[in-house]
Design a protein around this ligand. Structure first.
Ligand SMILES: Nc1ncnc2c1ncn2[C@@H]1O[C@H](COP(=O)(O)OP(=O)(O)O)[C@@H](O)[C@H]1O
Ligand SMILES: [Mg+2]
Length: 238
């Protein structure tokens, strides 16, 4: 196993030593300099482990959540402080693409190396830049527009058991946004079954709205850390 000392000599970085691995929750000690909250830590080897720092436990130990499986990671393993947060690509080139939490394309159609890469944690826009008037967003679905209209720029929740039609309704709204409002849609799937996104992707392709949609997914087979961060990644793209 490589030690912190070996790695310090090999890389120009800030290596830390894993002190606790509790499933996806990793504590790492950085004797040199403690990484900031929301910093990305990576493994120096090919294991591909990526951790986001979420708390400072003491003056040299951080607690983070892994976005990847942590098999093989043990006490004494080395993680490098990259000094930067997780970022995702942004821009129009993502339209029609399907991404994972790291902003990598997973639709088998090549890379989407484009646009500005933005950190997934950002300050909210200042209050004075927000629109204060409220306006109805017409969805074109009569029962929603009449009984429970949506606010433009607002948030709406849709709750229901499995198989009652939530995804079908969302697909219909994506369709109307593209066709009627000439807008774009971002679909973020968190903890869904793999086949659900696959079906949605094919359905959107068939109805011709895929070119105006971005899908970003972290599904039920992915670690909790990835599912935790994918919503932030989707908002950043939005
Ligand atoms: N408005 C509807 N009219 C007829 N069938 C529907 C309607 N909405 C949903 N369904 C049927 O129910 C199934 C499950 O819907 P879905 O939206 O996938 O459920 P979930 O709420 O779990 O996302 C769909 O495959 C479709 O066959
Ligand atoms: Mg569904």
């Amino acid at each position: 196993m490589v030690s912190v000392q070996d790695v310090r000599e090999a890389v120009q970085g800030n290596p830390g030593e894993v002190v606790v691995v509790r499933g996806s929750v990793i504590d790492v000690r950085f004797p040199g300099r403690i990484p900031l909250i929301h910093t990305r830590l990576t493994a120096p080897d090919s294991s591909g482990v990526q951790v986001e720092v979420l708390a400072h436990l003491d003056h040299e130990t951080v607690r983070g959540i892994a976005l990847t499986p942590t098999q093989g990671l043990a006490r004494g393993s080395v993680l490098i402080d990259t000094g930067e947060p997780f970022t995702v690509p942004t821009g129009n080139c993502l339209l029609g693409r399907m991404l994972n939490v790291f902003g990598e394309t997973i639709d088998g159609r090549g890379n989407a190396e484009c646009g500005e890469k933005r950190p997934v944690h950002r300050r909210p826009p200042p209050l004075r830049e927000l629109e204060t008037s409220s306006e109805i967003l017409e969805t074109g679905i009569k029962v929603i527009d009449v009984l429970s209209p949506l606010e433009r720029g607002g948030k709406t929740g849709l709750f229901g058991g499995a198989g009652v039609g939530k995804t079908v309704l969302i697909t219909e709204m994506i369709h109307n946004m593209v066709r009627v409002h000439e807008g774009v849609s971002i679909f973020c799937g968190i903890g869904e079954r793999c086949r659900e996104a696959e079906e949605l992707y094919r359905e959107m392709e068939k109805s011709g709205v895929l070119a105006k949609t971005v899908m970003i997914l972290s599904q039920m087979n992915e670690p909790p850390g990835a599912r935790f961060l994918v919503g932030h990644a989707a908002l950043t793209i939005a």
